[in-house]
Design a protein around this ligand. Structure first.
Ligand code: LMR
Length: 393
């Protein structure tokens, strides 16, 4: 029976991690998978998380089951950061912990499907796992163009998509730090998107995986809040993998916003049932550490300082890359300073990407996506020179 299964290609991004690890060249540069790196190229455990983990070890008195919703203190502690302090809005929102942002997206799509959503509209390019999840849940994926060649968002495409969508449709949008382009909607564009949702019957699914890594904690969710202020219902997927550096601990949350508070119990009971059938309960450790960090004023401050440092470092890298394009136009880096987060798409051919890897030991996704956090004082100039080499006429 099992021999009927066709071999599947390995996940391209995860395969890149292995290829990079196997490369013995000392000056290799990893611009592949989306993890933050310091100026020394390291991805250390956050100081705030170390403090929280220490307290967790000292004070946790049981590892008994919690339930499909996970650590509700963790889920609640994140809410003011995501949704602000509007109590009327908060009363319409119920959340649960999930295994990473992936678990949250999975739950959002599965719950939408259970509620009757048949098609999910997805701006492309997108994080490749979005399409895989939609396919695996069994809903139809309908794509629209996320961004233009000029490095701006394609507002007309998203508005036309929402306008044409109706009951049975959901539209999946990145809350901030778009993966893979780094191109986010502006405040004015989010306002138009919100109005389009109000006029349409489509359900917004909002994926927030990089809060704090774009313009700031508040700024990065301003667009999402504009939508939530106007629409009756929405599903929100959230990841703490990047903004708490908890990647392998798989820390995420899923929030459901209902039209009326008294509808929440029934909606959440469906999400709980889906979680139970998928993973039963989320892993506890990382979520508990985030809860402890957010409940303690000192640890929260340490965490915010860490995020500020990460954001400024990535901003400096982006500015240096844009400046390099200014000095030697044609590198495809000009718009990077106006974009947000870990990622940018470079207009490179497959051959140029292979050449960067084989001749310069520079690893990036086959789509031309780079993780700007993989660049730092010690390797940025090498990267710029290599790019000039492979793009020269
Ligand atoms: C990425 O896009 O590199 C990250 O979100 C990691 C992943 O799971 O794909």
């Amino acid at each position: 029976m099992l021999d009927r299964l066709d071999a599947q290609p390995p996940d391209a991004l995860l395969a890149l991690i292995k290829m990079y690890a196997a490369d013995e060249r000392e000056d290799k540069i990893d611009l592949g998978v989306g993890v933050y790196r310091t100026n020394d190229g390291a991805t250390p455990v956050f100081r705030s998380i170390k403090l929280a983990e220490q307290r967790l070890i000292d004070e946790q008195d049981s590892k008994s089951y919690l339930g499909p919703e996970g650590d509700s203190g963790f889920v609640k502690a994140l809410m003011p950061y995501i949704f602000g302090d509007d109590e009327t809005l908060a009363a319409r929102i119920e959340g649960m912990q999930t295994p990473g942002g992936t678990g949250a997206v999975r739950l959002a799509v599965a719950l939408a499907a259970k509620a009757g959503v048949k098609r999910v509209h997805l701006g492309v390019p997108s994080w490749p796992n979005h399409a895989q999840i939609l396919d695996d849940v069994g809903v139809e994926t309908v794509t629209f163009r996320h961004s233009t060649d000029k490095g701006t968002a394609d507002l007309d495409a998203v508005l036309a998509t929402i306008d044409a969508a109706g009951a049975g449709d959901a539209v999946l949008l990145h809350g901030c730090c778009h993966n893979p382009t780094g191109i986010d909607y502006t405040a004015e564009e989010w306002a138009q998107i919100a109005e389009a949702f109000v006029a349409s019957g489509a359900l917004p699914i909002l994926d927030i995986a990089y809060q704090g890594l774009g313009q700031g904690m508040e700024e990065d969710v301003a667009g999402v809040r504009t939508v939530l202020d106007r629409v009756p219902e929405a599903l929100i997927a959230y990841s703490c993998d990047k903004n708490f550096g908890l990647y392998r601990d798989r820390v995420g949350a899923f929030y459901m916003m209902a039209e009326q508070p008294d509808q929440l119990a029934a909606i959440a009971s469906n999400a709980n049932a889906l979680a139970r059938a998928n993973w039963s309960m989320p892993p506890d450790h990382g979520g508990a550490a985030v809860r402890i960090a957010l409940e303690d004023a000192h640890m929260t401050q340490v965490w915010q300082d860490e995020l500020d440092e990460m954001r400024s470092r990535m901003r400096r890298v982006r500015e240096r890359l844009a400046q390099a394009d200014n000095e030697a136009p044609g590198l495809g880096l000009a718009s990077l300073a106006d974009q947000n987060g870990l990622f940018a798409m470079l207009p490179l051919t497959k051959d140029q990407i292979v050449k960067l890897r084989e001749e310069h030991a520079i690893y990036m996704a086959g789509s031309g996506r780079i993780n700007v956090a993989g660049l730092h004082a010690g390797n940025t100039e090498k990267f710029i020179a290599a790019l000039a080499d492979v793009t020269k006429g």
